[in-house]
Design a protein around this ligand. Structure first.
Ligand code: PQQ
Length: 249
């Protein structure tokens, strides 16, 4: 089968946006202002597990990459999330903790991963483990859901102040920060993907990788839906305050 042109391939990758988690019922509910305090808190607490694993995932990509030019750019992603001692900047993880506090979560509970649902943990761990074993180009491709992220960040900035006035506005700075960072990351990730996956077979493989990542994001919200919408968190019918396993390393 003939390879797609770069333009066609880019369009196929972008078409995957139709399955982005912006369309998940939990996010739609959140966007329309229909989430309860508990549903917002549950989401923020669980998404923290994604946030703390992104730099671990990016470090795995660096560890697999022998190309200095790529590493020099990719390393910025870790700095974005961890912050920098040199520049005295706080990173995305700290900004997410501030978001947690702004919605009424306890900082230490978040750091202790107290509310992380098993399904969310498994989904995020699958992403990190993929980055560990895949080539750096495949892992770069898996980050491309970020093509669709600025829209969802912007929609939170637009609608949350009105829909959830009880959330302190300084908590929203994470979403503001990510707008420009995500666009820069996407340009780099897309350039790697378009250059590396050139045969039709490879291009189809890249689309499958992107679908894998979409599945991860969707599955995280499915676990949250069960827990915070249907009140069916694992073991909730058996014990009052379920305790889940912590990461096993
Ligand atoms: O709030 C969101 O919906 C959302 C989605 C995604 C994504 O699409 O993976 C990321 C982020 N946020 C984000 O803030 C972020 O830093 C980020 C990094 C990555 C990645 O795969 O390397 N995805 C995302």
């Amino acid at each position: 089968m003939q390879a797609w042109t770069k333009e066609e391939f880019e369009q196929k990758l972008k078409d995957k946006g139709s399955l982005y988690h912006i369309h998940h019922p939990y996010h739609k509910m959140m966007h329309k202002g229909e989430c309860s305090v508990e549903q917002i808190r549950g989401w923020v607490a669980n998404r923290f597990y994604y946030q703390i694993n992104i730099p671990v995932k990016d470090a795995a990509i660096l560890a697999n990459c022998r190309d200095v030019k790529t590493r020099r750019m990719w390393i910025q992603r870790i700095v974005d999330h961890d912050g920098s001692i040199e520049d005295n900047t706080l990173g995305g993880i700290e900004a997410w903790l501030k978001l947690g506090e702004a919605v009424g979560l306890n900082r230490q509970d978040m750091l202790d991963e107290k509310y992380i649902l098993p399904g969310v943990r498994f989904a995020v761990d699958a992403y990190v483990n993929f980055a560990r074993r895949a080539s750096w180009q495949e892992a770069a491709c898996s980050s491309l859901t970020e093509m669709f992220a600025p829209e969802i960040h912007q929609s939170r900035l637009n609608t949350w102040p009105e829909n959830y006035p009880w959330i302190k506005s300084e908590g929203l700075s994470y979403f503001q920060m990510r707008l420009s960072q995500a666009r820069r990351d996407v340009n780099h990730g897309l350039a790697i993907t378009l250059a590396h996956f050139t045969t039709r077979e490879q291009q189809e493989h890249a689309l499958n990788i992107l679908q894998f990542k979409l599945d991860i994001l969707w599955s995280m919200l499915d676990a949250m839906t069960l827990a915070y919408q249907y009140e069916r968190a694992p073991y909730s019918q058996l014990i009052d305050a379920p305790v889940y396993h912590k990461g096993i390393f």
